[in-house]
Design a protein around this ligand. Structure first.
Ligand code: SF4
Length: 441
């Protein structure tokens, strides 16, 4: 048995790719370990959407150098967006790395690892040499026994937001065939999966014309009809592609969870236009209203960038007003950082680092206030929780998520893992809720 350590950086798309990597390498005798020091193969699955994430990859690679010095047979491989973007450059900079593989070449990984095991060497495969239609050629990569699973339905992005590297490294949108997605959903549910998340950089522009036309609402309806499926989610949605028909799915489909991640990025029309987001503040708020009309307790999360080139104090204040108005249940907020190769790299990065930090702190303080007050509303209520396992921070507690995507830690029997149970919420914290498993009478 050989040990495989995987470190995943960034987004949920990468989590899915890491699951694929583990599954693809299992036939070669690799089993997952949490201990990188005892690993035979270390895979870093990287993300370059923020400059900070890319920096973290290089610093982790630096920390791995002594492990390679101690064990010359250790194979270190780097995949994901940084690998796709840097290719040979990364191999040149990091002499202890044996393999750089891109987002388009995950399915080649077993062959490449075999080659390295057999005869050593150092390789780059970013999938440029051959045209690969989709990244879906080795689907069904899931661990047995999981109660939750991710299914990638669309890869790449056509939107070219001015700050974003994704379309440049992941390529144009490619939708997977609906028929294959439905097959996969059925297999997953039969193997015990209760919750499926449909995944893509922009899921709601999904479009399959291989056998009639299936757009995203149609796909959602079909997946929701999978016999035995209890929960369905999707991530990430572009606000411009959130149609009335998709909004009505929140009312129509009982398995569709009451949560949507709807990245707004900024609250000022001027900034949204420079970002090339293709919607206005008014259009975005209108969609939020419609969502709340069809599903009054829908939980909404978002992404926000502060200090985008040209963002004035007045623009930023509009973002703050929008956050107050929407009252997001959760948000991921970041200071703008230039990504080479994007349109925004040609803009004057004119908001100082200090001012970006001030804006980010103001925004995060406001968001914390909102989240805590919304979490408090759960005290004294009962929530349906899909139990994921034992809490990482307290072995005496189980942990799971509500349909609105809140983490709930609660005392209960470990036999509940993998089940959906009612939990009485006793206390709210900033990032989680605490409770007790409800006793059935
Ligand atoms: S929609 Fe915009 S932010 Fe999202 S992946 Fe595409 S280009 Fe990037």
């Amino acid at each position: 048995m050989k040990r495989l350590y995987i470190k995943t950086f960034g987004c949920q798309m990468n989590e899915y790719d890491s699951m694929r990597v583990a599954r693809l390498l299992a036939p070669l005798g690799y089993e997952m370990t949490d201990d990188k020091c005892g690993a035979d193969l270390i895979v870093l699955n990287t993300c370059s959407i923020r400059q900070k994430a890319e920096g973290k990859v290089y610093s982790m690679l630096g920390r791995l150098r002594p492990l390679k010095q101690e064990n010359e047979n250790l194979i270190i491989a780097v995949g994901g967006c940084v690998a796709q973007q840097e290719g040979k450059k990364l191999l040149g900079r990091m002499r202890h790395v044996s393999l750089v593989f891109g987002t388009k070449s995950v399915s080649n990984l077993p062959a490449m690892i075999k080659k390295i095991e057999r005869s050593g060497g150092r390789y780059v495969d970013t999938g440029e040499a051959e045209h690969r239609e989709t990244a879906f050629d080795d689907a069904f990569d899931h661990n047995k026994g999981d109660s939750k699973a991710l299914i990638t339905i669309i890869e790449g992005c056509n939107n070219f937001c001015a700050y974003c590297i994704v379309p440049h490294v992941r390529g144009r949108e490619r939708s997977r065939r609906a028929h294959d997605i439905l097959d996969e959903a059925r297999v997953l549910v039969r193997s015990g999966v209760k919750e499926i998340t449909l995944l893509g950089q922009n899921v709601n522009s999904y479009h399959d014309s291989s056998n009639g036309t299936t757009d995203f609402p149609a796909l959602l309806r079909k997946v929701a009809a999978t016999n035995g499926l209890e929960r369905l989610r999707f991530v990430t949605s572009h606000p411009k592609d959130l149609t009335d028909e998709l909004i009505s799915c929140f009312k129509e489909l009982p398995t569709l969870c009451n949560h949507i991640h709807l990245p707004v990025q900024a609250g000022s029309d001027r900034v949204l236009e420079r970002m090339n987001r293709k919607y206005t503040r008014g259009e975005y708020l209108n969609k939020v209203d419609k969502l709340r009309k069809v599903c009054h307790n829908i939980s909404i999360s978002t992404d926000i960038i502060v200090g985008f080139p040209g963002e004035s104090r007045d623009d930023f204040n509009k973002t703050m007003e929008l956050v107050r108005e929407v009252e997001y249940d959760h948000s991921y907020s970041f200071k703008f950082s230039t990504r080479a190769g994007t349109k925004a790299a040609g803009f004057d990065d004119d908001v100082s680092g200090a001012e970006k930090s001030v804006r980010l702190s103001e925004l995060q303080a406001l968001q914390k206030e909102i989240i805590f007050s919304k979490n408090k509303e759960f005290e004294g209520t009962s929530a349906s929780v899909l139990v994921e396992g034992v809490s990482k921070t307290n072995e005496e507690l189980l942990t799971g998520r509500t349909t609105c995507n809140r983490i709930v830690n609660f005392s209960g029997d470990s036999a509940l893992v993998g089940k959906i149970v009612n939990v009485n919420i006793t206390k709210a914290f900033m990032n989680s809720l605490r409770g007790e498993a409800a006793v059935d009478h």
